[in-house]
Design a protein around this ligand. Structure first.
Ligand code: HEM
Length: 459
């Protein structure tokens, strides 16, 4: 009888981790030391269907790799960086010029931070579009949202540390936005800034939050996130409506089948980040000059959508009411009663795929139109001078937008005979695309005095 050949994955595994990782156990059987360690954290096997790259695109794993790179490079940066306004800028210049691999390490840290926001955004989309937030994964979703906010906070606090013009003024603008949070705005603004003006206290506070508080909380929350994924039985298994999920799905061993796939994703991410960091340097402008603000002064790109909203809505609505409404909707989305559930199937169905595309086109066409009209035509405050500005520029446009979304939902539901989850998906797509349009407009179409102009006219 011919002996069965080990499969390709096992052959690669054995060639990468050969004999030194084998040891004898008391029973005389061979065991992999490394494998035992890994299996303390991972299940011994995973459902075969969840290993398909097209289900998760490895985005959660990519986020983990990026966070890990952030922590390693962040610790290295701490050896050189000095968190005082008189030294911060020069310490980074010195690191870039005199320290071995200093520029490269800063670049990796900088690019990972930016890529992490993009990867998390895509990870959130994939979780949403595959319905992976439904029971029993509600808590995983909620923890994920928390992680997203902490990562944004981490980016924001890190942005100030170089203490160059861009960092100084973008942070000034962003902290200034907090003023519009009703009730606690002024207090929050002064607390985060460490006083009424940007200065040494601001840098000290940002440095402490960025290098101690946030990394600790993010790592804790990530551990919680991973534990919840495991408690839910791993990733979502594709199940169509009316179909019962299989009680005993076909499984494959974690080591080496899943581990090798994860290693490939991790190596690709690391190679990409390293190549990018060798090719493009992290930004570093002129030293901060509190007496001279650049025109236009823009918030970091991930807050650009909110800065654009500030140009159209009353500040308390742009900075507080609308973002909080969206956040609460996302938070409670897994707890809505959806009737029938589809899980693990991208866009839920063929109908869902088609209507998501329609919603994307409507959002991409309508939002620029609204921006242009609001810039030159619509002026509720002038049309209704008797109303307080917060009503004419806040309550009124927000109610109109909500009504438009409801009408859109109703029309799409009737026209395409949508299920509730497909309907919620069309609204979600519409909102995401609209927010992307706002972000792009602020980054590339806003120039001097934040006026609307073509990208080539923007300084
Ligand atoms: C630092 C941030 C994060 C890390 C490191 C992380 C990591 C991961 C990993 C490794 C997985 C399993 C593999 C995969 O789905 O790609 C996963 C799954 C999941 N994540 Fe995240 N994630 C983060 C943020 C988020 C965010 C922002 C959300 C959504 C708001 C989220 C929601 C979920 C959910 C619901 C699952 C389960 C998916 C399923 O069962 O198919 N995560 N995450």
């Amino acid at each position: 009888m011919t002996q069965k050949q080990p499969n390709l994955i096992r052959r690669i595994w054995v060639s990468v981790f050969p004999y030194p990782l084998l040891t004898q156990t008391e029973g005389g059987g061979k065991r992999f030391l490394l494998r035992n360690l890994i299996l303390h954290f991972r299940p011994t096997s995973v459902p075969e269907q969840t290993m398909k790259l097209t289900l998760s695109w490895g985005l959660g794993g990519m986020a983990l790799v990026l966070v890990s790179l952030q922590i390693v490079t962040g610790v290295l940066l701490k050896f050189v960086y000095e968190p005082v306004p008189t030294h911060a800028y020069l310490s980074i210049i010195r690191m870039q010029q005199d320290v071995l691999f200093g520029q490269f390490i800063r670049n990796v840290h900088f690019w990972c931070a930016n890529f992490l926001v993009i990867v998390l955004f895509l990870h959130t989309l994939r979780v949403f579009f595959t319905g992976a937030f439904h029971a029993p994964r509600q808590m995983t979703w909620v923890l994920g949202l928390g992680l997203f906010i902490l990562v944004l906070a981490s980016n924001f606090t890190g942005y100030l540390l170089p203490w160059d013009q861009l960092a100084y003024w973008a942070t000034t603008i962003s902290i200034g936005m907090l003023e519009y949070i009703p009730g606690i705005g002024h207090w929050l603004e002064n607390t985060i800034r460490g006083g009424p003006e940007m200065g040494p206290a601001t840098l000290r506070i940002f440095f402490a939050i960025h290098t101690a508080v946030l990394p600790f909380v993010i790592v804790m929350l990530m551990a919680f996130h991973f534990w919840r994924i495991r408690k839910a039985g791993g990733l979502v298994i594709p199940t169509s409506p009316g179909e019962e999920s299989e009680e005993h799905p076909l499984r494959q061993p974690t080591v080496p089948n899943l581990l090798l796939r994860e290693a490939v994703v991790a190596l690709v991410v690391i190679a990409f980040v390293f190549m990018f960091s060798v090719s493009f340097d992290a930004s570093m402008g002129e030293p901060a000059n509190p007496g001279f603000s650049p025109n236009p002064t823009k918030a970091p790109w991930y807050f650009a959508g909110i800065q654009e909203m500030l140009l159209h809505l009353d500040p308390s609505f742009a900075v507080f009411v609308v973002p909080v409404m969206i956040f609460l909707a996302l938070l409670f989305m897994p707890y809505v009663n959806y009737g029938t559930l589809t899980r693990g199937v991208w866009f839920f169905s063929e109908n869902g795929r088609r209507t998501a595309a329609v919603a994307a086109v409507v959002g991409a066409a309508l939002m620029p139109l609204i921006i242009v009209l609001d810039e030159w035509v619509i002026d509720f405050a002038a049309w209704m001078p008797g109303l307080p500005v917060v009503v004419s520029n806040g309550v009124l446009p927000t109610l109109l937008a909500l009504a438009a979304i409801l009408v859109f939902y109703g029309v799409m539901k009737r026209r395409f005979d949508l299920t509730r989850e497909e309907g919620i998906q069309t609204v979600f797509v519409f909102l995401v695309v609209s927010f992307l349009v706002l972000t792009i407009t602020c980054i590339w179409f806003r120039g001097q005095g934040m006026g609307l102009m073509w990208p080539w006219q923007v300084p």
